[in-house]
Every structure is written in C-alpha cells, then in structure tokens.
Design a protein around this ligand. Structure first.
Ligand SMILES: Nc1ncnc2c1ncn2[C@@H]1O[C@H](COP(=O)(O)OP(=O)(O)O)[C@@H](O)[C@H]1O
Ligand SMILES: [Mg+2]
Length: 249
C-alpha cells in the first residue's frame, strides 16, 4: 500500500489540459520529490492530492486519487486535509497571531491537543521538529513580523506539523528564502520522514538530490520520468531530464 497513489489523473482548467495522465505512487515514510520547470504542473498535482483544486470552479478532474489507501474523492475534504499538511511557496504565518498561537491553532483545530500543558508540549515538539525552537523559545508571545523570511517559513512548517498530519506537502518551500534557512528546512524534513510521508515540489535539481528518495520529472503536465533518486540522476532516460539536471532548462 502507498501513502498517496494517483492513477491516470487529468486536470483541465478552463478547457486547457493542465495535468496529463499523471500516475505516481508514494511509498510511506519517504520523501518524494516532484521536479520540473515553472508552469509544468507541480503545484497543481499537490492541489489535486489535498483537493484544493476543487475550490476552482473552472477545474475539471478525472482519474483516481488514493490517500492512505482511501479514495480521496469519497472522503470529506475537510477530513482529508486534517491528514495532509501543506507548506506554501511564500511563507504565510497568521500575522495577527503570536508565534505560539500560529502553531497551537493547528493542534486545536485538529484536536491533537486541548489542555494547556498538552498544547505547550505540542507547540514545543513542532517547533523543535521545524528546527526553530531555540530561536523563538524566549519570544513565543511575539508576532511573526519579528522573524526573518526563513524563520517564518519554518514557523509554517511547525504549524503544519502541529496538526500531526500523516502526509506533508511542500510547494517549493525554500524558493523564497536564503540558503542557510533552506538547508535547515531540508535537514528538518529529512529527519521527519521517519514519522511522515513527504511530497515536495522543487525546481532545483540540487535540492532534489539532497533530500529525495524518489523523484518524478514533470514537463508540460506529464511525468516524463520517475524512479529512485540515484537511478534518475545517474541514468536519466530523457534528454529533457538530463538537461534539467545540468541546469540547462
Ligand atoms: N487557476 C488557474 N487558472 C488558469 N490556469 C491555471 C490555474 N492554475 C494553474 N494554471 C496553469 O496550469 C499550468 C501549471 O501550473 P502550476 O501547477 O502552478 O505549475 P508549477 O507549479 O509547475 O509552476 C500553468 O500553465 C498555469 O498557468
Ligand atoms: Mg508552483
């Protein structure tokens, strides 16, 4: 069984064919990286998995999506999203909530914790897992504007983790932050796969090489190649993948 399984998924937006026969299988407790150039459909794949795509009335989807072994289209989307955390490309902490509450709210909503001591514990756990605890433990009552961009993104990672999701979707989480913070996030997610299945989108082959177990190469809405990271990087099957890995596209 797989954590996430897509079979022949097609997405059309305003009649345009955006995802073409996407088939992919994500084993539990691995980091599965979807890489490809801008506009190739990476974000759309993530939005299919958590069904955010359906918020667009002009989107039409067909094919099969299974999450944790269940047909995603037969689960209430709110329940589905309780199992699937997401971190977006631009850090988006809630500006009017303290650092503590940004993380605690996720645990409250998902009923992971309710009592004060339980919440304190999970907030600390999530911030530690996101490798942010030491930098914020003395200012949990401050607001996110005191943080750098990279710290804000790690706060978003902590917020996603506090829901105790089984699956974590990361949409180019380091594209807008500095390299030092990017490495911290990579380190954090590499340690997390023992507990969570991670699907990460990136346009950076270097990042894919550093963190991925499996990679899928997407081009113009199609997966043109996928496999274990070593196989795809050492022996790419398509010219496009070879060029992408060399940074030529
Ligand atoms: N809401 C939308 N309306 C119209 N076109 C969209 C919408 N979302 C995505 N697209 C189109 O779908 C294609 C794939 O987009 P996306 O999944 O965001 O690519 P990526 O994340 O790889 O950059 C692009 O051509 C984009 O313009
Ligand atoms: Mg995108």
């Amino acid at each position: 069984m797989y954590a996430v399984e897509l079979d022949n998924v097609n997405v059309y937006i305003e009649g345009k064919h955006i995802l073409k026969n996407i088939t992919l299988r994500v084993p539990y407790n691995t980091i599965y990286v979807i890489m490809g150039p801008s506009g190739s459909g990476k974000t759309t794949i993530l939005r299919v998995i958590n069904r955010l795509i359906e918020l667009n009335p002009n989107a039409k989807i067909d094919g099969s999506v299974k999450v944790l072994g269940y047909d995603a289209f037969k689960i209430d989307p709110y329940d589905l999203r309780k199992h699937i955390g997401m971190v977006f490309q631009i850090p988006n902490p809630f500006p009017h909530m303290t650092i503590y509450d940004n993380v605690a709210i996720a645990a409250r909503i998902n009923r992971v914790a309710r009592k004060r001591e339980e919440l304190d514990e999970i907030v600390r756990w999530a911030l530690e897992k996101a490798m942010l605890w030491d930098e914020v433990k003395d200012r949990l009552r401050s607001y996110p504007h005191v943080l750098s961009g990279g710290q804000k993104q790690r706060l978003c990672l902590a917020r996603a983790l506090a829901m105790k999701p089984k699956i974590l979707l990361l949409d180019e989480p380091t594209a807008n932050i500095d390299p030092v913070n990017a490495r911290k996030i990579e380190e954090a997610i590499s340690a997390l796969k023992e507990e969570i299945t991670i699907i990460m989108v990136t346009h950076s082959p270097h990042q894919a090489a550093r963190v991925a177990d499996h990679v899928a190469m997407i081009y113009s809405g199609s997966i043109i190649e996928q496999g274990p990271v070593s196989q795809v990087f050492l022996n790419p099957k398509t010219d496009f993948t070879a060029k992408f890995l060399k940074g030529e596209v």
